[in-house]
Design a protein around this ligand. Structure first.
Ligand code: FES
Length: 105
């Protein structure tokens, strides 16, 4: 069970236990202390699971699909480290991953 580090919208970082095989969105949402709505439940149609991946981890993320990129680019808070957390599967090698919850659109 990798431990990841999630920074909330107020700038406070918390450790989160993430379960292999689940998504980053599920790990953050199910922790309960972050304002991550994830309205569509991972169907890639809402972008309310938007996070910023720490720059030291961006190269280890799975490639982004065109649909994910298009959805993210519609956000007024889009940045180079932006990802939809529902599109990132938790794997053992993500131990220590750092992400920040993006502001609400
Ligand atoms: S939960 Fe809706 S796009 Fe990720």
């Amino acid at each position: 069970m990798p431990e990841i580090y999630v920074t909330d919208r107020k700038g406070t970082e918390f450790p989160v236990d993430a379960t292999n095989g689940f998504t980053l969105m599920e790990a953050i949402r199910d922790e309960g202390k972050f304002e991550l709505a994830a309205i569509c439940g991972g169907m890639m149609s809402c972008s309310t699971c938007h996070v910023y991946i720490d720059e030291n981890w961006q190269a280890q993320m799975p490639p982004m699909t065109r649909d994910e990129r298009e959805l993210l680019e519609e956000s007024s808070h889009y940045e180079p480290g932006s990802r939809l957390s529902c599109q990132i599967e938790i794997k053992p090698e993500l131990e220590g991953l750092r992400v920040t919850v993006a502001p609400e659109d």
